[in-house]
Design a protein around this ligand. Structure first.
Ligand code: SIN
Length: 515
């Protein structure tokens, strides 16, 4: 029998943080349905936010996170995130991770949307995710079992405890693995939308299998659209980091109008949901939208990845106008966890984008996603090291099979419907339309074991799409990334004003000023 102490599903920063914390004490096995370097983390251009400078405080980072999240955030978890950011980033630097520095050896901190201060650490300009992953893999790759090209298709839950997983190898063989601790670190579900920054493998697998297993999910209607995805002739070419706007890039429409000037006091550096919606509205009016980089100094050196993507696709950065559209980028909701990554099922943990810790509220603050993976990856590892959960004596499971033929839509059809009816703007009519279409496929009763990989991914995409749409119908308000044209924006509640006032006082006090 395949027995381990810890099963990790996924190979991004959340998975690697846990692996790094556990490999010395636990027998860890890590699965990825692709190869270990295919992940959103690996492609992450933006960096990691942390109040590392004397002029900054965790309270200000905390307040910016709550403001971007429209105060829908879990306040306690957000405090943990922003406080521990400093601790874990310092630890990474002490362990040898190299973040970009200026000539005097100080961290070169960038600014992105929604941050009132420069506090983003980058590595290799716009290659932070790649450099972090290379760094983390170097430590662990010979010290744990890494299984590539094997898809985890379901969780095994017995007597309300997760005791392992079922996988399918590329050639179709079904396998079972058992462990007292299973961690879902599979990312979100960007691929259910036609336009997305996510890599092709991000089809909502972890969230769908947790739902099938009966785990509680939360905030699933909040899908963040990144404002600036490079776009040419109907095709998505790659992300253009918000850091470009942090260095002076600005948006304009095809008439040359700087439309963000009239939308928000932070203009092009407003929180992401606001910028994405403003671009969407320009596109609806029939204008194209461009990121003007005339004022960005040393673009090719500062943003080598974006520069390369542009040139490979026949876009000349020296002409200073990059064509962009918004695309699905990050799911704020997911599998509900406590501060230690524990889900509502014993033995099952979730970390990173697949999890909903509540730190992002209704809209994630830029560069808080790698940070969440690092902070809550550590917390989850801590929980596992101190837990006494054991596997039951008898772990063998008989899998029910059903190979009847089924009718499923194509991935492309799901993507088209979701972008059209459950995208940046939605309303009751559009959501019901896509919900009815999704429900015309009987994906709830499909046993996944007998299906091909692509069919399993489609079932997972349908499941998460349905969860987004039904949750979006339930939430009868407009807040953050969930914008309903048939409901007004939720007005700032008294509690939001109170939290803001209190934090402002605390942060002023933290700088030694009495109030
Ligand atoms: C970006 O570089 O704009 C993306 C970073 C993030 O998602 O926070």
């Amino acid at each position: 029998m395949n027995k381990y102490e810890v099963i990790v599903i996924g190979s991004g920063i959340a998975a690697l943080t846990i692996a790094n914390c556990l490999y010395k004490n636990k027998n860890v096995i890590l699965f990825t349905k692709s190869n270990k370097l295919t992940s959103n983390s690996y492609k992450a251009q933006g960096g990691v936010a942390a109040a590392m400078e004397k002029e900054d405080t965790w309270e200000e980072h905390f307040l910016d996170t709550l403001t971007a999240g429209v105060f829908h955030n879990d306040v306690h978890h957000t405090e943990l995130l922003t406080k521990n950011a400093i601790r874990y980033l310092t630890q990474l630097i002490n362990d040898g991770m190299e973040f970009d520095q200026d000539q005097s050896g100080r961290l070169r901190l960038g600014r992105e949307g929604g941050h009132m201060k420069r506090r983003i650490l980058h590595s290799g300009g716009d290659a932070t995710g790649k450099n972090l992953m290379d760094f983390m893999f170097r430590n662990v790759q010979d010290k744990l079992t890494i299984v590539e090209n094997e898809m985890v298709i379901d969780l095994i839950v017995q007597n309300d405890q997760c005791i392992g997983i079922v996988t399918k190898a590329v050639h179709g063989e079904i396998r079972q693995y058992f462990a007292p601790f299973t961690i879902i670190a599979t990312g979100g579900a960007g691929q259910i939308y036609k336009f997305t920054s996510n890599v092709e493998t991000i089809t909502g697998d972890g969230i769908a299998m947790a739902y099938r297993a009966g785990a509680v999910l939360a905030d699933i209607e909040f899908m963040q659209f990144h404002p600036t995805i490079l776009y040419k002739n109907g095709e998505i070419l790659g992300l253009v980091s918000e850091a470009v706007r942090g260095e002076g890039g600005f948006l304009q429409n095809s008439r040359g109008e700087r439309f963000m000037e009239h939308v928000h006091e932070l203009k092009d550096l407003a929180p992401r949901d606001i910028v994405a919606r403003a671009i969407y509205q320009q596109l609806q009016k029939g204008y194209d939208v461009f990121l003007n980089i005339t004022q960005v100094k040393n673009f090719a050196n500062r943003f080598p990845t974006i520069n390369r993507i542009c040139r490979l696709n026949g876009i000349d950065p020296d002409k200073h106008l990059l064509p962009v559209i918004p695309g699905a980028h990050f799911m704020m909701g997911g599998i509900k966890t406590d501060e230690m990554g524990q889900t509502t099922i014993k033995g099952l943990f979730a970390v990173g984008e697949a999890a909903c810790t509540g730190v992002h509220g209704a809209n994630r603050l830029a560069s808080n996603s790698l940070l969440e993976a690092i902070v809550f990856g550590h917390k989850t590892a801590e929980a596992i090291l101190t837990s006494d959960i054991k596997l039951p004596k008898n772990c063998s499971v008989l899998l029910k099979t059903n190979s009847e033929s089924i009718i499923l839509p194509t991935k492309q059809e799901i993507k088209e419907k979701m972008i059209a009816y459950a995208g940046i703007e939605r309303n009751e009519i559009s959501l019901k339309r896509v919900r009815n279409w999704l429900e015309s496929f009987d994906f709830f009763n499909i046993t996944v074991y007998d299906r091909r990989w692509e069919e399993i991914e489609i079932v997972n995409m349908l499941t998460v799409a349905w969860l987004i749409v039904t949750s979006a119908l339930e939430r009868k308000e407009s807040i953050g990334s969930h914008f309903r044209t048939d409901y007004p924006k939720t007005p700032a509640k008294k509690i939001r004003r109170e939290i803001t006032r209190q934090i402002q006082k605390d942060s002023i006090r933290a700088r030694g000023v009495e109030i």
